[in-house]
Ligand binder design. Sequence first.
Ligand code: ATP
Ligand code: MG
Ligand code: MG
Length: 282
Amino acid sequence: IVHWPFIVSQRKRYSWIQLAGHKGNFKAGEEGTVLKKFSENEKRCFERLMEDVLYSFVPAYHGMVEREGEPYLQLTDLLGGFNGPCVMDCKIGVRHPHCIPIPPSLSETPALHTHPSLIIRDTRTAYPSLPHYQRHLIGSPLLLRSPLSLMLCVSLQKADGTCSTDFKRTKTQEQVTLVFRDFVEGNKRIMETYLAKLEEIRRVLESSEFFKSHEVIGSSLLFIHDHNELANVWLIDFGKTTPLSEGQTLTHRAEWCEGNREDGYLWGLDNMVRLVSNIARD
Ligand code: ATP
Ligand code: MG
Ligand code: MG
């Protein structure tokens, strides 16, 4: 977690919060923007997203900039406009690029290993056709199978400034419900706003050409609200999102099996909508 005090405008000063991700990956940008370490893949995604119906549901992309010789993607700072924001980063989908790194010692044998509560399988030999990053996530049968792990909350910051990043044990519906309730401090109106936004996002995703033609891995929904009950949700992090081959499409709901590239994004979102609606309406 990085707190980044920087000037947004002459009058307003606040600290930027980076919840997840590698600490060196972000820099404060010009007024109202953040800089994310460049990746060709993510740049291509943002260029296409700017032309898609998802345009207003992702941070606006303002092109590449260089700082100290390093290239960055310049993105609209989603915290702008909030007053003392509370932020939650939830990865969506059933596949994640770096949840469970496979130990190098397992690299040669396609064996099954039990590691605390997770079964790690070496997929390099079992699925040699897969690109490197996919191997890690297939080693995670729990993430693939458990409908409860579809909402992996990565990190959050609450109004009192406290941050949490350890949600490895947050798996059951009851546990995730508690995390959400605590995040909004029981505020039903904020939950209702989040619910409406999630439903809107689901509708737009179902009509998005970008979404239809991409495998979305390791992407998050970023929830932001403040004490004025301003609340919004954005899709972020397309570093591991890749285009499908010409003509291929995904349901984003079907179960993953080797080669079908299904990511479970809508399956996860369906679960999240159900859970948020239970909280908003009970
Ligand atoms: P990882 O792949 O480990 O999830 P990453 O390096 O790809 O991380 P992101 O997930 O894109 O980085 O972002 C990390 C964190 O930075 C988010 O959880 C969020 O708190 C913050 N962040 C990212 N983009 C923005 C943005 N446009 N505006 C405000 N905050 C942002
Ligand atoms: Mg991320
Ligand atoms: Mg990422």
